[in-house]
Design a protein around this ligand. Structure first.
Ligand code: NAD
Length: 352
């Protein structure tokens, strides 16, 4: 039985929503293209045990729109899209399923580039890549971008420095107390950069080995995971969990700046206003953690190392103008970032 691709009616403001069913491999997936105004859509593929098509549709649409914003702010010449595979990543994966998904991506003829997201490994993506040239985030090959985490950490570091300049009037990190929540792939690399720049580190994680390493090698002070909001700090760098900033935690937060890699740090959009009201500068997560997609974009465009370097400093420059505008207009950084994306899209639409 052949692969079944059905174009569904996308919601208003979206370009395309494709449902994929392959009875032979059991693949059930959706590809959503939010916008190709700036270039072909790019965004990862997530495998998740959704309750059904409706839940999967809501998620893929939300994620695809988010990629339009992220890719626009990082100046990648790429639009926003995302895909989801319905299933349990620990139980339901097969190579045949990923090859069928690769054929579906290929059928879109380059309108959408896919890569790893939650539940998808580089090995899975390698299977996808046997069927299509529009699979990226690969390990080998001339342009394979591999682990994006070092780029994400570098982007967060550069943006954090810009934030420090705005808040404290100098970008000197010597003795500044930075609390890093989560010492994983991104958090540990960020900790090393901050330590080298003279910052004083406070760290927390549930992984004791990572904490011991940071304490030993970086002179970090270790705190328990539930002590984050009871701790005095200058800068908060969330690099673990989402939704950590909410009505309960924000009133306790002593930091003057929040800049970290974790996705979806605000429990709800309104929290941005709470942070602003308390004089805390919040650097939107999707802007500062774009190093990973910048790395992947280098693979899509078959670009040399200069491309990634320029884009990383580009996001820091955008954060600089975002902060200046937020102060001048008395608005939240999230509102300004969203205006900046709309301006970028409108200007691209005018120039076609
Ligand atoms: P990771 O899984 O390598 O690291 C996460 C760390 O957080 C782990 O060390 C884990 O033990 C720790 N952790 C879990 N629960 C915790 C808790 N309650 N308190 C403190 N620490 C806890 O993930 P990563 O790749 O470093 O990514 C970190 C965050 O950044 C995630 O939210 C991820 O979605 C986001 N992000 C990552 C990238 C990337 O390139 N890796 C890109 C964009 C966004």
């Amino acid at each position: 039985m052949p692969l079944n691709l059905t174009d569904e009616t996308p919601p208003q403001g979206f370009e395309r929503l494709v449902r994929i069913e392959d009875p032979e491999s059991g693949l059930r997936a959706l590809i959503c293209i939010h916008s190709t105004v700036l270039g072909p859509a790019a965004g990862g593929c997530r495998m998740w045990d959704y309750a059904g098509w409706d839940e999967a549709r809501r998620d893929v649409q939300r994620l695809a729109e988010g990629m339009t914003y992220k890719n626009a702010m990082a100046d990648l010449g790429l639009g926003g899209g995302k895909s989801v595979i319905l299933g349990d990543a620990r139980r339901d994966k097969t190579p045949q399923m990923f090859r069928a998904f690769g054929r579906a991506v290929n059928a879109l003829e380059g309108a959408y580039y896919t890569a790893e997201d939650v539940g998808i490994s580089p090995e899975d993506m390698a299977q996808v890549a046997t069927e299509t040239a529009y699979a990226v985030g690969l390990e080998g090959g001339q342009y394979g971008s591999g682990d994006p985490s070092p780029f994400t950490a570098e982007g967060v570091f550069q943006c954090l420095r810009v934030g420090v300049m705005h808040v404290f009037g100098s970008d000197d990190l010597t003795g500044r107390q930075v609390l890093i929540q989560g010492l994983g792939h991104v958090g540990m690399s960020l900790a090393e950069k901050l330590h080298a720049a003279g910052a004083s580190l406070i760290v927390t994680d549930i992984d004791k080995a990572a904490l011991a390493r940071a304490e030993r090698d970086l002179g970090a002070r270790v705190i328990a995971p539930d002590q984050v909001f009871a701790t005095q700090m200058d800068i908060f760098a969330p690099c673990a969990l989402g939704a950590i900033l909410d009505e309960t935690t924000v009133p306790q937060l002593t930091a003057k700046l929040v800049c970290g890699a974790a996705n979806n740090q605000l429990a709800q959009p309104g929290i941005a206003e709470e942070l602003r009201a308390r004089g805390i500068r919040y650097l939107p997560d999707y802007v500062v953690n774009a190093g990973g997609i910048i790395s992947v974009a280098g693979e899509i465009h078959k670009a040399g190392p200069g491309y990634r370097r320029d884009r990383l400093s580009g996001i820091a420059a955008r954060v600089d103008s975002m902060l200046a505008r937020a102060d001048k207009e008395g608005r939240t950084t999230t509102a300004i970032a969203s205006d900046m994306v709309k301006e970028i899209l409108a200007s691209a639409e005018r120039s076609v």
